[in-house]
Design a protein around this ligand. Structure first.
Ligand code: FEO
Length: 165
């Protein structure tokens, strides 16, 4: 049985995931404005992944007889100082999301809601991947500094990211 608290928390998480999607799409638009198409492609793929995360929670609530409610999505940041700042913000955001997933997990453990814990196990592993991939790009950007060749090389690499869909 899905508790009211878990239902509310998952509804909030759907909103957080969609905000993530919106944020990464905004970051993709920023990269497009710099003609960094590989970075833009990477962020666009990331945005689609976030929609998929939201839909996992969306479907889960329905599977358990819950009710999905979709409030407004906050406006994401639009302007950034540099590609490095974008990825630092993205990493900070992913760490925040990891914290949110852990909070739902704590709640599910407290309520002995094993089905929600099973769903969240997937998200715990996914967050490890998300932080790793974003953190690696932060490090690469720090290493390349303001060197345009390094930036273009990274742009080419990120442009090769496969889409999940
Ligand atoms: Fe849905 Fe990037 O966490």
């Amino acid at each position: 049985m899905l508790s009211k608290t878990i239902q509310e928390t998952i509804n909030e998480q759907i909103n957080h995931e969609l905000y993530s999607a919106y944020t990464y799409l905004s970051m993709s638009a920023y990269f497009e404005s710099l003609n960094l198409r590989g970075f833009a492609h990477w962020m666009r793929a990331q945005s689609r992944e976030e929609v998929a995360h939201a839909m996992k929670f969306f479907d889960f609530l329905h599977d358990r007889g819950g009710r999905v409610v979709l409030p407004a999505i906050d406006e994401p940041p639009a302007e950034f100082e540099s590609p490095l700042e974008v990825f630092q913000q993205a990493l900070g955001h992913e760490r925040k999301v990891t914290g949110l997933i852990y909070k739902i997990y704590d709640l599910a453990v407290k309520e002995k809601d094993y089905a929600t814990q099973a769903l969240l196990n997937w998200f715990v592993a996914e967050q490890v991947e998300e932080e790793k991939s974003t953190g690696e790009i932060v490090e690469h950007l720090k290493q390349s500094g303001n060197d345009p060749t390094g930036l273009l090389f990274l742009d080419k690499q990120l442009g090769e990211r496969k889409s999940e869909d």
